[in-house]
Design a protein around this ligand. Sequence first.
Ligand code: GAR
Length: 202
Amino acid sequence: MLAVRARLIVLASGAGTLLQALLDAQTDPAYPAEVVAVLSDRPDAAALGRAGRHGVPVDVVALPDFADREAWDRELGEKAAAHRPDLVVLAGFMKILSREFLHRFPGQVINTHPGLLPAFPGAHAVRDALNAGVSVTGASVIWVDEGIDTGEVIAHVEVSLLAADDEDSLHERIKVVEREMLVRVIAELVGEQNYSTSNPGA
Ligand code: GAR
């Protein structure tokens, strides 16, 4: 019997190297999850090209195209739900999702963040860690709740700072271990569930 792979939707705003790690992982038939769609709030996100090259459907839901944030968020939820995700993965998605969006996917939304949460939440975690003078920072995968990077931590990975680090070099080194962590954590999470019941048609 063929194993049913968990259905991932990835939300990404930027370069999409975390997405790429998942796309690469799923070329192994033994990997227990696959990206079934990529959604972005930015039409110029390089993540969209990465998805396209792997034959993964993409959609852009850009805030300026909507009358207000509620309408944008609702459309994002509609687009995501249409792909029947088991997990919604925020991988460099630089917008806050509403309570309504999260209630639509209870216990199914994870985020990866370039800092050791609960330290340094928000959009500038790498810069904030550098400015604070810490010797160790890292990355976290969390369950998304209604706060900004306040959800339960699923996994951490540490990265030591080097004397020569600037924000870009440190972020690049964090992303190397962050990618490995995301691929591993998703495999572990979906391994704990039985997706054949949530996706009988998959
Ligand atoms: C990652 O470091 C991710 O944790 C971060 O953006 C980067 C995306 O990299 N996300 C946030 O800061 C969210 N607050 P990528 O575009 O190369 O995948």
